[in-house]
Design a protein around this ligand. Structure first.
Ligand code: PRX
Length: 543
């Protein structure tokens, strides 16, 4: 187990996930089982991971990257993602990760705010970056994983760079507070915020991988999360490799039959997924599962959205497995509250805190609430994987803490036996299929469409996605709503923000309700949508 004492002067995540594993005798052990399509499988050992990431560390230092500078991955599932991430960390370059489906505006916000100097991507995404590159003066390098030639203007070939780089790299001693990973997360107001982590996070990530995911030396973990998400880095990279455990990564998308045949064929022993995916599987016919032998599978986990009890009952009945729900956030860096083997699962509850984590349910005045009452879910600050700051926004960081408590932005209650029950968000952030969407980002992008004069965006309950994005718009005078306009709006949001943020429903209104200072009253929009009481509307501007 990693502790501050055992790590001493070397907290480097890149080193601990690769070289340190080879030094511990796991050099020839498979670290990454890469299944790009159902018909292919390529195994990489810990030595392979070490050498590839060393090369990438040399590539970055050769390009002049300095410790603390920021580099991004902008890739779908790909092996280069892992080599680049670990290589950047070895060189003490901060590695940010971006979802491959981000649109121009979403990219501009993140690459621009962080003043990133480089990004690794694929040719198919290059045009998105080129469209905004003149607004990113600091972005010097774009490395393409699928180009055999350098293209000039800082657009470089990954294979050429790697071929010219040495595979040995001396990882500098790296302290606990050295910045490591950057993930942008959406709030309900303002631009997305860059959650900056540092190398000490490995202590919580490896602890929870061992004690919650219960990974043992011979396990094979399949964490389905994208690396653009904190789950994809904390548990799809760092946690398992820091313990020398093998992982499967699959390049294909959702396909129930293929997923189950992967679990069977590859002998996955621990599977970490998300409620939306599990709900999709639950919709398939029961017969599908009878065909597969999942006897190697030991545990199933879930994260990112509330896990409804029906899914747990379905899994108990058909898969003969418990599903353990886990709760955490980009900011917490690692699982804080969870169900896990050996602790009774109460379907619908997200479980109990892990040792060393002290949550509390506090009222808005900061006073603890009695068991059973809903309030702000807070965590006593100071856990090892606690984020270091919001990049370039220390005041937003400070505003998350009061009297030594970190306010998560979630509301929850605790029952008399110490189990925590997720109730919702205390802000307007939308959680659709586990992705946090800022209503503000979508509202702003909607206003760029000439036909729209006002916009308000909310999350509405959805059986599959937990929440769906619903947009209310007011149209410019003389504009008629039509199918063509609806399509235009969807396409625009998908290209500008991301396909996940594309409104599932669009409603036209005369005026969008605002308060007297012009703030969109999303609460009123939600009540209108749900047909419930509007509540206090005394602050609403006169329509
Ligand atoms: O609202 C909670 C929800 O997802 C938020 C964190 O999102 P993000 O920073 O993108 O990180 C997601 C990956 C950990 C939380 O504030 N959330 C996360 N896990 C759960 C959850 N809601 C209910 N139950 C969960 N298990």
């Amino acid at each position: 187990m990693y502790t501050h004492e055992s790590l001493g002067s070397q907290f480097n995540i890149g080193h601990l996930c690769t070289r340190a594993q080879c030094d511990a005798g796991r050099g020839d052990k498979v670290a990454l089982r890469w299944v790009p399509t159902a018909l292919q499988r390529i195994d990489y050992t810990f030595t392979d991971l070490d050498l590839h990431s060393n090369r990438f560390a040399n590539v970055l230092t050769g390009l002049g990257f300095q410790p603390g500078e920021i580099f991004f991955t902008f890739l779908p599932k790909a092996t280069e993602q892992f080599f680049a991430f670990l290589g950047a960390l070895k060189a003490q370059v901060v590695c940010g990760t971006l979802f491959a489906n981000f649109g121009d505006e979403a990219l501009l916000d993140r690459l621009g705010d962080s003043r990133a100097r480089g990004v690794i991507t694929k040719k198919q995404f290059l045009k998105k970056i080129l469209r905004i590159r003149d607004r990113l003066p600091e972005l010097e390098y774009i490395i393409l994983v699928d180009s055999d030639e350098h293209q000039g203007n800082g657009i470089l070939s990954y294979s050429l760079l790697m071929a010219g780089a040495s595979d040995s790299f001396e990882v500098p001693p790296t302290g606990p507070e050295t910045p490591s990973v950057l993930h942008y997360t959406s709030g309900s107001t303002g631009k997305p915020k860059g959650v900056l982590h540092c190398h000490r996070s490995i202590i919580s990530q490896s602890y929870t991988t061992a004690h919650v995911l219960d990974l043992k030396e011979d396990d094979l973990l399949w964490c389905t999360a994208d690396q653009g998400w904190v789950t994809g880095t904390s548990y799809g990279i760092i946690g398992p490799w820091s313990l020398g455990v093998a992982q499967l990564h699959y390049g294909g998308g959702y396909d129930a039959g293929e997923w189950f045949s992967l679990l069977e064929r590859e002998g996955v022993t621990v599977w970490y997924s998300a409620p939306t995916a599990l709900r999709m599987l639950m919709r398939e016919s029961d017969d599908l599962y009878a065909k597969f032998d999942l006897s190697r599978l030991r545990h199933i986990y879930s994260v990112g959205e509330p896990l409804n009890p029906e899914v747990i009952h379905w899994s108990r009945r058909l898969l003969r497995h418990e599903i353990y729900d886990t709760w955490f956030q980009t900011e917490t860096g690692a699982i804080m509250i969870c169900n896990r083997p050996g602790v009774e699962v109460r379907p619908g509850s997200m479980g109990t805190p892990i040792p060393g984590i002290q949550p509390a349910i506090l009222g808005d005045d900061g006073a603890p609430l009695p068991d059973g009452e809903q309030g702000n879910l807070c965590i006593r600050s100071g856990w090892p994987s606690m984020f270091a700051t919001y990049l370039n926004n220390e005041s937003a960081y400070q505003s998350k803490f009061r009297d030594g408590w970190y306010y998560t932005g979630d509301t929850a209650r605790r029952d008399g036996d110490g189990h925590y029950w997720f109730m919702g968000r205390s802000d307007d952030v939308i959680n659709t299929a586990g992705h946090l969407i800022s209503p503000f980002e979508v509202e702003s992008a909607l206003l760029e469409i000439p036909e729209i004069v006002e916009s308000g965006v909310i999350g509405a309950p959805d059986e599959l996605l937990y929440e769906k994005v619903v947009a209310f718009i007011a149209l410019r005078q003389g504009v008629e709503y039509s199918t063509a306009l609806e399509l235009k709006i969807r396409l625009y949001i998908s290209n500008k923000v991301s396909s996940i943020a594309t409104p599932q429903e669009i409603r036209v209104m005369e005026r969008i309700p605002k308060n007297k200072s012009g703030k969109i009253m999303r609460r009123v929009l939600k009540a209108t949508y749900l047909g419930t009481e509007l509540g206090d509307v005394s602050t609403m501007e006169d329509l």
